[in-house]
Design a protein around this ligand. Structure first.
Ligand SMILES: Nc1nc2c(c(=O)[nH]1)N[C@H]1C(S)=C(S)[C@@H](COP(=O)(O)O)O[C@H]1N2
Ligand SMILES: [Mo]
Length: 214
């Protein structure tokens, strides 16, 4: 117990020196579970991911089809607005940029925002640039294994930070919807669940944009 206490403190001071600890955050080596409401138990037989809105063609992939899309691995730091941060987390899944490059997905020029729709009507929103950037992944795996139910099985969005890439306006982790079921490309922004509850829409961790009004 003392051992893990001192490890945590040492890890945190190293990360701070590397400039990777955003203001008001502290390092955890655990992986907390954080969401509103119950954990859904998705059925892979009937599961699909739908893409709609400002796209040239609506798409829907069942679980088997989704798993044949091009895949990537990304290592990121993640920052929860409740002040825990976890570093060097490894994710695997599908990147929207790869779908665009392969012509699997084609957007209209009117697409400017991406709204994530999840089980139980949870939603969250980001500008299109964020969803197409290197820090946004449709993840099926964490740390080499399929997501656990609590962390979003079978599919979630992960949005984090890449060390050394402060150009990316890294958002807090709530902008990564667990149990993702559709992506809406929209001409207009639409505040999601936490954003409507008073959390900051831009949610930049380096500017400490936690709440909309303060
Ligand atoms: N569907 C859904 N996704 C969600 C949330 C939620 O309430 N519902 N909470 C968000 C918040 S606040 C955080 S910090 C992360 C936490 O992910 P984790 O439980 O895997 O750590 O999920 C995000 N995604
Ligand atoms: Mo969070």
């Amino acid at each position: 117990m003392f051992d893990s206490f001192f490890n945590r403190r040492d890890d945190e001071s190293r990360i701070r020196q590397e400039g990777r600890l955003p203001p008001g955050q502290s390092l955890t080596n655990r992986f907390p579970v954080l969401h509103y409401g119950p954990t859904p138990k998705p059925n892979l037989e009937s599961w699909n991911l739908r893409v709609f809105g400002e796209v040239e063609q609506e798409r829907s992939w069942n679980w088997q089809e989704f798993n044949q899309l091009p895949r990537r691995k990304i290592k990121m730091d993640i920052h929860c607005v409740t002040r825990w941060s976890k570093f060097d987390t490894e994710w695997e899944g599908v990147h929207l940029q790869d779908l665009l490059e392969h012509g699997i997905l084609r957007l209209k020029t009117s697409a400017r925002y991406v709204i994530q729709h999840c089980e139980y009507n949870f939603t969250t929103n980001t500008p299109l640039e964020v969803a197409l950037s290197d820090i946004f992944l449709l993840a099926t795996h964490f740390d080499g294994a399929p997501l656990s139910l609590d962390h979003g099985f079978p599919l979630r969005v992960v949005v984090g930070a890449l060390p050394g890439r402060k150009d990316l306006a890294d958002p807090y982790f709530w902008k990564g919807g667990k149990w993702l079921r559709s992506l809406e490309f929209s001409a207009n922004d639409k505040l999601g669940f936490w954003e409507q509850a008073g959390y900051h829409n831009a949610a930049n961790v380096w500017k400490e944009q936690r709440f909309a009004y303060e």
